[in-house]
Ligand binder design. Structure first.
Ligand SMILES: NC(=O)c1ccc[n+]([C@@H]2O[C@H](COP(=O)([O-])OP(=O)(O)OC[C@H]3O[C@@H](n4cnc5c(N)ncnc54)[C@H](O)[C@@H]3O)[C@@H](O)[C@H]2O)c1
Length: 272
C-alpha cells in the first residue's frame, strides 16, 4: 500500500519569498538578464531564477531596492546577482549594461523584458514629449535588449525571450492610454520576431499579467473600489502575487517549454 500523503487542493500554497514550487534542472547555471529587476514582479523573477541556480543579471533605476534585493539573495546563500543602475530610456546605456553583464555571466540564455511604468494620465494631458517618454520606457527597451542578446543566444544554439505584456488594455482598463498602447505592442514584438529567431531555436513569448499585488500596486491603487473590481472580474478568489508571474516565466525559460514560441500566456486569474 502507498504511504503517500493525501493531496490537498483546497487552498493555494503560501508565498515564500519567491521560492518556486517546481525545480527546472535545465535552468541551473544558465545566464539570465532581467530589465527592471529591482522591485515588484521583476524582483520576484530575479529571485525565482536565483533559486533555480541560474546566474542572474538585472538593471533598474531604483538603487536602494536593487541593492537590498542583491544583499537579500546573497544573505540567503544564493549567488549575488549582477546589477547596475540604468535608466532604460537610454538605449546605449542599456546595451552597455547587457554587454558588461555578459562579460561576467556569459552569453545570456534567457532575457526577460520586464521593465515598465504604468503612471496614470488623461487623453487631454498628453504632450508629444510625454507620449515619446512613455514609449521610451514601456516599448523601446525590449526591442533593443533583444538586439543585444541574440548574437549570444545564436552562439549558444538556443535561447528564450520573455516579454511582459498586460491584460489591462485587453480588459479595456482606463487611465493609462499611452501605457496601454505600448503594452498592446508587446504581442506584436513577440509575433513579429518569432519566425526570424526560431530559425536559431530562440523562442520568444509574451507573459501577460492580470492585476498583481506588488507593493506599488497596493500602495497606489488597491482601495475599496479595487477590491470590488477584483471580486467582480477574477474567476479565482485569491489575489495575484508577483510569484505567480515568476512561475510562468520560469517555465517558458526552461527546456520544458522547448516547443512554445510566438504565444501569449495570460496569468490573470481569469480576468480577461
Ligand atoms: N503589477 C501589475 O499588476 C501588472 C499588470 C499587468 C502587467 N504588468 C507588467 O509586469 C511588468 C512588471 O510590473 P510591476 O508591477 O512589477 O512594475 P513596477 O512599476 O512596480 O516595476 C518595474 C520596475 O522597473 C523599474 N523602472 C521603472 N522605470 C525604469 C526606467 N526608466 N529604467 C529602469 N528601470 C525602471 C522600477 O524601478 C521597478 O523596479 C511590467 O512590464 C508591467 O507592465 C504588471
Amino acid at each position: 500500500m502507498s504511504t503517500l500523503p493525501a493531496p490537498t487542493h483546497t487552498s493555494r500554497p503560501e508565498a515564500s519569498a519567491g521560492e518556486a514550487i517546481t525545480r527546472y534542472p535545465s535552468l541551473r547555471g544558465r545566464a539570465v538578464f532581467v530589465t527592471g529587476g529591482g522591485s515588484g514582479i521583476g524582483a520576484a523573477i530575479v529571485t525565482a531564477f536565483a533559486r533555480q541556480g541560474a546566474r542572474v543579471g538585472f538593471v533598474d533605476v531604483a538603487r536602494e531596492a536593487s541593492e537590498a534585493l542583491a544583499r537579500q539573495l546573497q544573505d540567503a546563500g544564493l549567488p549575488r546577482p549582477w546589477w547596475q543602475p540604468c535608466d532604460v530610456r537610454d538605449i546605449a546605456a542599456l546595451q552597455g549594461c547587457i554587454a558588461q553583464a555578459a562579460q561576467e555571466l556569459g552569453d545570456f540564455s534567457v532575457l526577460v523584458n520586464n521593465v515598465a511604468s504604468d503612471d496614470r494620465h488623461t487623453l487631454e494631458s498628453v504632450t508629444p514629449e510625454y507620449y515619446d517618454e512613455r514609449i521610451a520606457i514601456n516599448e523601446r527597451p525590449a526591442f533593443f535588449a533583444i538586439q543585444s542578446v541574440v548574437p549570444g543566444m545564436r552562439r549558444l544554439g538556443a535561447g528564450s525571450v520573455i516579454n511582459l505584456g498586460s491584460t489591462g488594455w485587453q480588459g479595456k482598463g482606463s487611465g493609462y492610454p499611452c501605457y496601454a498602447i505600448a503594452k498592446s505592442s508587446v504581442n506584436g514584438l513577440t509575433r513579429g520576431l518569432a519566425r526570424t529567431l526560431g530559425q536559431d531555436r530562440i523562442r520568444i513569448n509574451t507573459v501577460s499579467p492580470g492585476w498583481v499585488m506588488t507593493e506599488r500596486q497596493v500602495k497606489l491603487w488597491l482601495d475599496a473600489e479595487g477590491e470590488k473590481d477584483l471580486a467582480r472580474n477574477q474567476c479565482l478568489p485569491d489575489k495575484m502575487r508577483p510569484d505567480d508571474i515568476a512561475h510562468m516565466v520560469l517555465f517558458l525559460a526552461s527546456d520544458d517549454a522547448a516547443m512554445c514560441t510566438a504565444q501569449e500566456f495570460k496569468v490573470d486569474a481569469g480576468w480577461v
